[in-house]
Ligand binder design. Sequence first.
Ligand SMILES: Cc1cc2nc3c(=O)[nH]c(=O)nc-3n(C[C@H](O)[C@H](O)[C@H](O)COP(=O)(O)O)c2cc1C
Length: 393
Amino acid sequence: MRCSNVADYREAARCFLPDFAWQYLEGGAEDQLTMADNRAAFQRIGFTPRVLVDVDAVDTRVMWGTTSGTTTAAWPAVVGPTGLNGLYRPHAEETLARAAHARGLPFALSTASTSLIEDVRRATDGELWLQLYVQQDRRIAENMMARARANGFTTLLLTVDTPVTGQRDHYARTGFTLPLKWTPRLLWDVATHPRWVAAVGRHGVPQLVNIAKSAGLGRGIEEQAAALSRQMDRSIAWADLAWLRRHWPGRLLVKGVQSATDALHASKHEVDGVVLSNHGGRQLDGAPSAMDVLAEAAPLVRRDFDLFIDGGVRRGSDIVKAVALGARGVLLGRAPLYGLAGGGRAGVDHVLALLENELQICLRLLGCPRIDALDTSWLRRPQAARALEEVDA
Ligand SMILES: Cc1cc2nc3c(=O)[nH]c(=O)nc-3n(C[C@H](O)[C@H](O)[C@H](O)COP(=O)(O)O)c2cc1C
């Protein structure tokens, strides 16, 4: 099948992957209400186009950052951090990083990555960000930050929405555990996906090599997974940002902020911005969509405070809506992974090309040749959202 949008790659990924890996990629928490709302939030917003504007050339470039360093991107997106990418293709993170760089975007590597910081750096000259989960033994995070700094990573994303893993019912349904337990169901699942076995499965279960290296662990995935989840530091609090700052002088964004109040709070700490995110609906079911939080947060924070959003970005027009509502950019979660699973490197390239092309078409049809000219006047939104903003003004 020739894929013509992200939804087509989603279908290609679903066919390629065994069910346990597909559900890991796709599944949300509990009843997946938040996950559904991430898409619905974009669908609730429409556009107010302007006509007879010269849109022969469109400029989608953006610059982010303040005193801790600046970043440019060809369009306002980052290939976001996702763990266990080696389930979809070998050398997954190197592939994602190279593809992001080829389209002028940064790539964010997860703490739970299946490739090393050092190997991803060797794979690309592009801009790299590190996503950090903090373990009880803070030396693990300190070591990981030191490794990222030594390898020229520019930006740290501190993920704060994961004191525990959300309740994902599909783990029990598909039998996904780390290490994998070879039940008849799982054996059947894998045996009926020979293309995946040939490309991925024959290399064995991917390892969480990054955390293992910083924690001084061996190659056992069980020990690595335990280090990642059971030993997660649940006591981390706002005051700990000062500790982080001492170890990370570069750009620092707090990822997983889910209210305008917390975004405002973060803007009063020594951080460069936040990612409004509910982790793709994988954590607290019932958490708001980042777009709804953005509408409330953007009027409150100072202009040089970077607001990113993620969750449900599947079209170039979603990126336009986010920027018009006050986001500096978006993180792409599942979309590039659909490309990776469905088509390897060519699939990721194509997903990113499709999104960039859709973004440009949207700007031209809107009559807005410069992405930095977008604001809420380009949107049509439900009455309630507009009323809220007027109260804030
Ligand atoms: C398979 C998968 C793994 C993820 N792993 C991480 C992770 O290791 N660290 C993190 O901060 N966020 C992680 N996320 C959340 C993403 O960074 C992002 O917030 C989310 O995927 C955005 O929603 P979207 O997938 O609808 O675009 C993961 C998401 C997915 C789908």
